[in-house]
Design a protein around this ligand. Sequence first.
Ligand SMILES: *Cc1c(COP(=O)(O)O)cnc(C)c1O
Ligand SMILES: [Zn+2]
Length: 389
Amino acid sequence: MKKISYLTDLTCSVCSKSFDPHQIQTYCHECNAPLLANYDLQAIRKKLDRDELFLRPKGMWRWTELLPVYQRENIVSLGEGDTPLLQLGNLGKRLGLPNLYLKDEGQNPTGSFKARGLSASVSKAKELGIGKIVMPSAGNAGGALAAYATRAELKSLIFMPKSTPLANIAECKITGARVELVEGLINEAGKYAQQAEDSEGWFNMSTFKEPYRVEGKKIMGYEIAESFAWRLPDVIIYPTGGGTGLVGMWKAFLELRALGWLESDVLPRMVTVQADGCAPIVKAFQDGRQTSELWENAHTIATGLCVPQSFADRLILRDIRASQGNAISVSDDEITTSRQRLAEQEGIFSCPEGAATLAGLEKLVKAGWIDQNETAILFNTGSGLKYIC
Ligand SMILES: *Cc1c(COP(=O)(O)O)cnc(C)c1O
Ligand SMILES: [Zn+2]
């Protein structure tokens, strides 16, 4: 049957060793580092007209050539992607930034952009014949896994810290996942997931421990390019936990450049925003380091940012620097204030992580790091409705 994907192979993000995408793959065990997917971009460049993609049925899967699933029948979708890019006219005026936008990922299935990643990785798991999937989650990833796994008729097992918001636990249960609540943070939950993998053969879908979640997330970058008529914005401000969104979008921009689809080769400056109570990437960035250290006693109301150490820290830091970007942290109070502002001034009920990007933006404007005529994009990564209890 005809392959719809131009995926050629996977390579280790550190040693560049090649891995076969027709086999189940995880990460490079020699380097303890994520794998990244490669596509035959030259073939796509010859075959595909970038503007043709706009005419396809809406959603993430219209970019099939650049996603990892070979057979269309293996796609597991709930209608993710093609989220609105909203101009923030009121806030923009007050901040002196007429070209300020927000991509509202809260309008995805399961109420967060985790739907993109899990749609891609669960689809690929189905294609590779994987039957049961385990994951640690302190927030939205679990609900997305549960929903997509159930839709694919696969089993899911989710280890969640006891402190996980109720909505996130409930959505996993109702969509049929087995949920285990554990003491500690996401890192602790990750150890249980590892045990389930080792002793019972569950496939581990932890962030960056398999290569395909980031492929779903990268499509945010393609959508942005298309929205701005293939001229990328100057600054992207992204709330960073595990880093799939940031690494994915930067990957998309490099692919776009190789595809020859961009009107200008200037790529956006990527900004990581973290919370004061858990800012390992910000610290490593400021210290000029290539990897981060485990953040002790991590705490923040933005649960998606409560990741004491990302498995992809090296990649996140590399991409921020390659883009001439920045990394800043904001307090929970600043997040709360910004959340109020987004709701009262723009009618957007954001998640705390999304509000953190506005708080970060304000700091960058004050510091003069963003120029008045530059185009900046904030990300609301989830719906505020998931955080009311
Ligand atoms: C997971 C999550 C994040 C962090 O995303 P990464 O791409 O893993 O860095 C941010 N916001 C929300 C709402 C999330 O669920
Ligand atoms: Zn390696």
